[in-house]
Design a binder for this molecule. Structure first.
Ligand code: PMV
Length: 374
């Protein structure tokens, strides 16, 4: 009969790039102009939960994101669905008396229900978790017999950064050389246990949606910025090697230096774009003249915490860097602490200078109070 429904649910954490991806060499296949490296967050905090279902009663592919129906007609969703359908295999559920053959998948439709437990499209890589989870759960439902690296190449076609969320721990997205994108895949550099004293704190400065989508931002940058050419050719390749070393050796000072420098160069490249793109706001950015070197004792009668200068001063004040910051396509700060002690201090400061208030932008904190990678 037509009554059955088969479902799969999966959960995928988001990832935060420490060496950023910015700029495509192929917009349809989503092929980047440089390698990137990210860290996948703890799935308890920023993640997407997706349930996918198939039934002969479904007449169209449909999707709901955070309770609202969204269209699946976009090219990126379609590319992912097509890639997955073409690799689907037979599925059998004897208990329910279901048998789906490889050929059936061409005609069957799916329903997708997806929730983010964090602000969507606010520059917190919601698309990364979302597309990775969509591809992963559909691959399970359709019994796609491919390894994670192949699935990462499919997720990449949904959203570039999504390919890195197929793995936990530290992940590199290799830009690849092939025109068809077959070697533009994610690989795991180190698993979640490798460096588990790191703690990530995300200060949600604003949960508003970003004004410039990463797609149009990247396009404008690649078309108009000279700096991006220098970055992609001369800077990133060296940083990738250094970052891999830093991760391998758990070298926090090197890791922090590279992470902060790369975030700053990404935003510099945005500023070098015509028209310029501003992703950080005053809270992330503003120079705070009230701070002097021994920042522990300084009381700032100001509401805004200029996060970058704050961390820079703290790190200069300590013998070795204690915290790294990085910002994606939005004002929210991702702060990576050396260990729990540094994280506790950092959190104290954030909460002191930023008492969470519901009537302002600065209304919430998502705190990875566990090790990030567990
Ligand atoms: O995958 P997209 O199109 O959301 O682009 C992500 C771009 C950055 O988050 C700014 C950098 C990165 O590598 O994740």
């Amino acid at each position: 009969g037509k009554k059955w429904v088969l479902t799969v649910t999966a959960q995928t954490p988001t990832n935060i790039a420490v060496i950023k991806y910015w700029g495509k060499r192929d917009e349809d296949l989503i092929l980047p102009i440089n390698d990137s490296i990210s860290v996948t967050l703890d799935p308890d905090h920023l993640c997407t939960t997706t349930s996918v279902a198939v039934s002969p009663a479904f007449t169209h592919d449909r999707m709901w994101l955070n309770g609202k129906e969204v269209s699946l007609s976009g090219g990126r969703y379609q590319n992912c669905l097509r890639e997955l359908r073409s690799r689907a295999s037979d599925v059998e559920d004897e208990e329910k008396g279901i048998k789906i053959t490889k050929k059936d998948w061409e005609k069957l439709h799916v329903h997708v229900v997806s929730y983010n437990n964090f602000p969507t499209a606010a520059g917190l890589a919601s698309s990364a978790a979302g597309l990775a989870c969509l591809v992963f759960s559909l691959a399970k439902l359709m019994n796609v017999k491919e390894d994670h690296s192949k699935l990462s190449a499919i997720a990449r076609q949904g959203s570039g950064s999504a390919c890195r969320s197929l793995y936990g721990g530290f992940v590199k997205w290799i830009m690849g050389k092939e025109e068809n994108g077959s070697d533009s895949i994610a690989v795991q550099l180190a698993d979640e246990k490798h460096w588990d004293d790191l703690v990530i704190i995300i200060a949600v400065v604003s949960s508003r949606q970003k004004e410039t989508s990463s797609t149009s931002g990247m396009r404008d940058t690649v078309e108009t910025s000279m700096l991006i050419k220098h970055r992609a050719k001369e800077v990133v390749p060296k940083r990738i090697i250094q970052m891999e070393e830093a991760i391998k050796n758990r070298d926090f000072p090197a890791f922090a230096r590279l992470t902060c420098a790369d975030s700053n160069q990404f935003h510099a490249v945005c500023l070098d774009t015509l028209p310029p793109i501003f992703y950080m706001n005053d809270t992330s950015h503003r120079q705070e003249p009230f701070f002097n070197s021994s920042f522990i004792n300084v009381i700032v009668p100001h509401f805004y915490l200029p996060i970058i200068s704050c961390v820079e001063k703290w790190n200069r004040h300590e013998e070795t860097p204690q915290v790294a910051y990085t910002f994606d396509a939005g004002p929210n700060a991702v702060l990576i602490s050396h260990n729990r002690k540094a994280a506790a201090l950092l959190l104290q400061r954030l909460l002191f200078y930023f008492p969470p208030q519901s009537d302002t932008d600065l209304n919430s904190y998502v705190i990875g109070d566990k090790t990030i990678l567990k």
